[in-house]
Structure formats: C-alpha cells, structure tokens
Design a protein around this ligand. Sequence first.
Ligand code: ATP
Length: 237
Amino acid sequence: MRITIDTVEYSLKGTKLLKQISCSFTNGITYVVGKNGAGKSTLLKLLATAIQSQQGEVNFTTLVRDENIGTYRRKLTIEEIRKIIGFLPQHFTGHSNMTVEKYVTYIAFHKGIPANLVKQTVAQWLQESHLMQVRRKKLRNLSGGQLQKVGLIQALINHPRICILDEPFEGLDIGERIYFHRILQRLSYHGIIIISTHLLDEIQQTSEDNLLYLNEGKIAYYGGIEALDTVTQGLQE
Ligand SMILES: Nc1ncnc2c1ncn2[C@@H]1O[C@H](COP(=O)(O)OP(=O)(O)OP(=O)(O)O)[C@@H](O)[C@H]1O
C-alpha cells in the first residue's frame, strides 16, 4: 500500500493552507509536527479523504500481480480507500446521544467485525482502555480523555491498513498512551500510520519512524525521525 501526494494545494476562503505538498507514505509511523496553524489537521483531513485538494493529486495504490501483465500499481477507488482508513479527527464527538457501549457496538458492526465477535471485541476494547465503568454514559457526558479513547477505538477497532490520527494522545494518561502506542506500532508493520502531535516528548527518536515537519503549509522536512531535535528546535522555543 502506498499513498502518494503530488504537488497538492488546498485553499479555504482564498487563503492557501497547503502549498505544493509532495510526498509519499508506506508502511510505518509518520509523525506530522508543526506550529499551531501550520496545516497539520488540513493535511490529515486530505489524507483521510474528508476534504479534497483543488490542485495536485492524492493517490492510494496497491501492488497487484497479474499473470499476463506482471506486477503493477493499481489505484484504489474512493470506496475502497474509505473501507481501509481509520480516522480520528482533531475534535472527535461521535454520536453524542449514544452511550459508550452502544456507540462502540454500532461502530464494530459498521466496520465489519463479524457479528459473533462484536460483543467480545467491544468488551475487550472497553476493558483495556479503562472505559468499562463509563460504558452506560452518553458520549456527551464523558471527560475529554474518555471521549478521546472512544475516538481512538472507533478509528482502530477493525485494525485498519491506514490510520490517520489527529493529536491521538491528547488527554490520555501515560499508561493509556503506552497502550494505544503499542497498538499503533503493531499496526505499522503492515499499515500506514500518520499521527499529528504537538507532544514531541511522545516521539521515540530511536525508532524507525518518519517525521514530517510542516511550516506555513509547506513541507519543511520529511525524513527520518533522528532529525527531530534539529528540525523542531524552533517549535520548542
Ligand atoms: N474552517 C476554517 N476556516 C478558516 N480558516 C481555517 C479553517 N480551518 C483551518 N483554518 C486555518 O487554516 C490554517 C491551518 O489550520 P490547521 O488546523 O490545518 O493547522 P494545524 O497545524 O492543525 O494547527 P493546530 O496545531 O493549531 O491544530 C490555520 O491558519 C487556520 O486558521
């Protein structure tokens, strides 16, 4: 699986929020960082197909082996893409009138978890993310951190091949961050994980992960995470 962005521009109300963005993503974790307003959420929404660029192209391709033609890259359709993306938007709300248990069950069905596995899948996620005690609360009555965990569960419940997560660790305590980070690490061996974060301490610099540094809507750096300190010096001041 590969996502390729080619000279993409995105404007809103006459202001260019993304300028000449070109890059590609394959399996692994990419952290998207940048100052407030740099365009991180806009880029993630574009990748999640929630918005569309006015210029340039975003393509999702997969390698196909064909006896007659050989191996080639096939572009996925929008329906195919949406089936394999898990997306956590910046301000997740879900269905605020539903209880945690009902909502997660609804999502499990919606995302194709086999009917005979739904109950145990939901129970396991709620248990492991410490939401069991609030399972009968409506989403609108949850704390910020609790709601964030529900948001993460709806994005990850079917182990999607592509995960686009906007500030996923916001409001979580350290144990919960480690729990979700482990899940993401496991998914990254066979999938594309793109995470925007301002929590630079959360990024483990010894790993194989990638870093994409956005500055005023442009890519200022895209490469190995080892450059984090040098690249983001300006962010920490
Ligand atoms: N709905 C909107 N209407 C007008 N301007 C918008 C809208 N959404 C975003 N913007 C502007 O687009 C620019 C990029 O916003 P975006 O949310 O993508 O940045 P960000 O890097 O995610 O910022 P933050 O770290 O603060 O979440 C900002 O200047 C913002 O003010």
